[in-house]
Design a protein around this ligand. Structure first.
Ligand SMILES: CC(C)(COP(=O)(O)OP(=O)(O)OC[C@H]1O[C@@H](n2cnc3c(N)ncnc32)[C@H](O)[C@@H]1OP(=O)(O)O)[C@@H](O)C(=O)NCCC(=O)NCCS
Length: 175
């Protein structure tokens, strides 16, 4: 269920690009708050926009689904589903870049975005879902609460802001 005051939107082929300052700000905010989402702080707007340009290209190729959560005109969150293209993985997808802006956290948006992505995956026959997240992040509680299973921990996976290498946890969910 979408939390009151928010609107969830699955971007369609014809929807506007995600290569916009609002999407860039969402990623910059998460990185600034210490999230391990591929980048180290400070993340420059141009680098964030370049990331969303790559997402836009994946969308255009039909390989990526993107959701946006809105609070009025403000982008409050987003999540992506990467559809595996290789023939042995047509039943598989990876949940990527679950992001909720700090201004809008702990209101159920992360959970709602995950449920939207899972529902779309199920409808597409993408019944094996995977994701990874830094060990000990709050997102672990979110995933566990939604029935995701912990496959294992990979040590020294991601560099974080203080320069150290931190472990990541791989999760899966069979729909
Ligand atoms: C992880 C993230 C998406 C959660 O978004 P959110 O909208 O705040 O999450 P929700 O409000 O839906 O929380 C759902 C549940 O997750 C858990 N949770 C979420 N944030 C938490 C926190 N800071 N501390 C403890 N538990 C937390 C709780 O169990 C929560 O349920 P509750 O509020 O009823 O206790 C958000 O913190 C975020 O964008 N983090 C940075 C990016 C990131 O780490 N993404 C995931 C890995 S790619």
């Amino acid at each position: 269920m979408t939390p009151p005051g928010f609107a969830l939107q699955q971007l369609t082929d014809t929807d506007a690009s995600v290569e916009t300052p609002a999407f860039a700000d969402l990623l910059i905010d998460a990185v600034a708050a210490g999230a391990s989402v591929g980048y180290l702080p400070p993340l420059a707007p141009a680098e964030a926009l370049a990331y969303w340009r790559s997402v836009q290209a994946a969308r255009a190729a039909g390989e990526r689904l993107v959701w946006a959560a809105w609070s009025g005109a403000d982008l409050a969150g987003s999540v992506q589903l990467d559809l595996v293209q290789r023939p042995n993985g047509w039943h598989r997808a990876e949940v990527m870049k679950l992001l909720v802006h700090r201004r809008f956290r702990r209101r159920g948006l992360g959970r709602a975005l995950m449920l939207a992505a899972e529902a779309a995956a199920r409808a597409l026959g993408r019944t094996t879902l995977v994701l990874d997240t830094l060990l000990g992040e709050p997102s672990e509680q979110l995933y566990a609460g939604l029935g995701w299973q912990k496959a294992g921990v990979i040590p020294q996976y991601a560099r974080v802001a203080d320069g150290s290498l931190q472990p990541t946890v791989v999760y899966y969910k069979l729909l």
